[in-house]
Ligand binder design. Sequence first.
Ligand SMILES: CC(=O)SCCNC(=O)CCNC(=O)[C@H](O)C(C)(C)COP(=O)(O)OP(=O)(O)OC[C@H]1O[C@@H](n2cnc3c(N)ncnc32)[C@H](O)[C@@H]1OP(=O)(O)O
Length: 516
Amino acid sequence: MSTQSRHIQLMDTTLRDGEQTQGVSYAPDEKLSIAKALLQALQVDRIEVASARVSEGEKHAVKQINDWARKEGFDGRVEVLGFVDHTLSVDWILEAGGSVINLLTKGSEKHCRDQLGKTLQQHVDDILKTVDYALSKGLTVNVYLEDWSNGYRDNRNYVFALMDSLQRNGINHFMLPDTLGVMSPEEVFENLSDMCNRYPELQFDFHPHNDYGLATANAMAAVRAGINSIHCTINCLGERAGNASLAQVSVVLRDKMDMELSINESHLMPTSHLVENFSGKRVAANAPIIGTDVFTQTAGIHADGDQKGGLYKSKLVPERFSRIHSYALGKMSGKASLKKNLELLELDLSEENQKKVLARIVKLGDSKQTITTEDLPFIIADVLESKNYQHIKLINCSITSGFELESTVSLRVDVNGKRHVASGCGNGGFDAFIDAINKVMKLHDYTLPELLDYEVRIPKGGHTSALTECVITWDCDNHKRKTRGVHSNQVFAAILAALRIINIQLHEKKQNGEPS
Ligand SMILES: CC(=O)SCCNC(=O)CCNC(=O)[C@H](O)C(C)(C)COP(=O)(O)OP(=O)(O)OC[C@H]1O[C@@H](n2cnc3c(N)ncnc32)[C@H](O)[C@@H]1OP(=O)(O)O
């Protein structure tokens, strides 16, 4: 149908279908925080926040969201999935302060017959009872046709008969799910075009799933067929392979189809992080738009092209998403990659020294080591044999750990020429070290930054005696910094990474003329 620019609504179901991701369960306050981020910051049109009847905790969460939404003027944009159970789901939603029910009906003859054990007429009678009850209580009613994609393929007369019975009963949106994510873009276009042509007066939503990795392509096909509302989730969460990614769908519909969306792109990353934290499901580093690595150029040739007038630029510029380009350091780096990192750190090096530093970076990369931007000053100091970059030096350190025992550390350390002895205890060797080193650093008017992430890894194919590498991400005044340490003992790898961030920050203090 039409590829003419029009407003496409996104209905985010991170808090309903997204919570059907294996192992994900949000606490009520987490649900409220995500709902706020979705409606207020990201400016999603509608959100589905739960299934009715699940639990008392869930009802409490939905009530909190509805109370907040009403106060902030988002009433009518918070939806709850309900069942064909006459009064039960409707009453549950009303008790939770809700105003919209997304009623789950059977969109395939097979589900109607084999799961409910009903004929179509019996199912329609039950649905209408629930719809009438919901409308009499003032709810807005949307209807899901569960398993519509299979139902349409196997017996579309069932689907048409269901639609014909429901279409004049005050239902707002008819939601057509590809419940098992089995459709191709061609099938989506063909089947949805047919539905739109048959029922031109009705509002349809499309609910894609990503089982074949086609959710975004299917969302595009749906819009091409004339659908004006797409369901998606943050970070592609959802049952099995997940739903369509809101980041991908919103950006693709804007860039490739010229559609209008209300989404504020600069909030895609923060919302993704929030959901990542609360769901415990990590986003792949190469996930489009929101992955940590997707604006990093690794190849030297690409860094060179970026310097020569943005030769490797597309519409997907990181600034759009409040992100920045970065240039990886490793064996594929060239002089342009190094230059970009030096610019970032505001470091100046002669051509001659750049060559030496680059040779060291390539060598380190060859031995599979990760090199972060924060490593660069150390590599430079090492290559150029600069002595004035060493502000903290661990002279010795012993750690004791035991099963069901608190770990203890005693250490001797040199900070800007002053020798200190300290001990500490904690929940594990690294925690005990942090306790001890914080006691020392307090005397130097310095506090370690908050730790945001802590990753330990061994080279692929390694074994228990291999070197371990620990990469720690620190929150330095809302600016993320990564440091790494390499050691055969993983706690010492972490300690070396911690010493490195201290060294960096002591060096900066010195350069700023602050006492240390
Ligand atoms: C498209 C989707 O992703 S659907 C997701 C729907 N959401 C959920 O399932 C949320 C989590 N579910 C739950 O908490 C529970 O399953 C509840 C509270 C909804 C129901 O729990 P229970 O009463 O224990 O039933 P159970 O989980 O076994 O569900 C199966 C019953 O629901 C019936 N059912 C299936 N679909 C529907 C429907 N759309 N409307 C009404 N009843 C339905 C089945 O026929 C079965 O009934 P039966 O026991 O009489 O045979």
